[in-house]
Design a binder for this molecule. Structure first.
Ligand SMILES: C[S@@+](CC[C@H](N)C(=O)[O-])C[C@H]1O[C@@H](n2cnc3c(N)ncnc32)[C@H](O)[C@@H]1O
Length: 237
């Protein structure tokens, strides 16, 4: 079995790259009024969001636990100024200065498999933000995994294909996704759903003020059955 994103990193942008463009537009709507803006992108993956934000003049650091995702990010960054990438764990990033914005995009939070890790990540994000700084992220709710239980698709990649199979165990509240490649290599990804109430409660306990929550990139309100929730929280000034 390959590590998470060891192989997937090579095709990640083909299928999921466009999410980052829309995410950058979302983040740009919530930038505090200030001169030079500094951003920390947690679980930055292949770096598309970080690179887009750097192109908009921000000073961005992206961290990700996957060496292979960071390798792709470093290749893509090319000569773009104001962005750097590092292998690191979002539970406790080794960052020595505070930032204005922290992002954690595209259900990366769901890779934290218990709420004490979510609290730990929120706590360290709170510590790393300047007062008035904003924390922008999204997470999948149980609805997303229930809806896609037994989802299966074969997708073409250069030289072959890969099979993507997702199952959801509602007793354990864990989603299991297997990515199996044509050459026999495979990866197993486990994610945990979180609900609106538990996430907003942890944020408030950590000290964040919740500014906005919404259901999708159009900014529609969160519903009882939202499968993804976007959050903009602020560290009080
Ligand atoms: C679905 S991808 C999202 C990547 C990127 N944020 C995007 O929007 O395309 C999830 C990412 O979370 C990373 N990840 C999972 N657990 C992590 C952790 N504890 N610390 C840092 N990164 C983590 C994975 O390596 C992967 O790159």
């Amino acid at each position: 079995m390959a590590k998470n994103y060891q192989i997937l990193s090579t095709i990640y942008d083909t299928y999921w790259g466009s999410f980052a463009q829309r995410y950058s537009e979302l983040v740009l709507n919530f930038i505090p009024e200030k001169g030079q803006i500094t951003v920390l992108d947690l679980a930055c993956g292949t770096g598309s969001l970080a690179i887009n934000l750097a192109r908009n003049g921000f000073n961005v650091k992206g961290i990700d636990i996957s060496t292979e995702m960071i390798e792709v990010a470093n290749l893509k960054k090319n000569s773009i100024k104001g962005v750097e990438f590092k292998v690191d764990n979002m539970l406790n990033p080794d960052i020595n200065r505070k930032v204005d914005i922290i992002t954690c995009a595209f259900d990366s939070v769901n890779y934290l498999l218990n709420s004490s890790d979510v609290r730990k990540m929120f706590n360290s994000s709170f510590e790393l933000l300047h007062p008035g700084g904003r924390f922008i992220f999204d997470f999948n709710t149980e609805k997303a995994y229930r809806k896609n239980n037994n989802f299966e698709i074969r997708r073409m990649v250069p030289g072959g294909y890969y099979d993507h199979k997702m199952t959801y165990n509602s007793h354990k509240r864990l989603a299991q996704t297997i990515f199996e490649f044509f050459d026999g290599q495979w990866e197993l990804h486990i994610q945990k759903p979180y609900e609106y109430k538990e996430i907003t409660q942890i944020l408030q306990q950590v000290g964040f003020e919740i500014l906005f929550t919404f259901n999708n990139f159009k900014g529609e309100p969160v519903k009882q059955d939202s499968d993804r929730v976007f959050v903009v929280a602020e560290k009080p000034k």
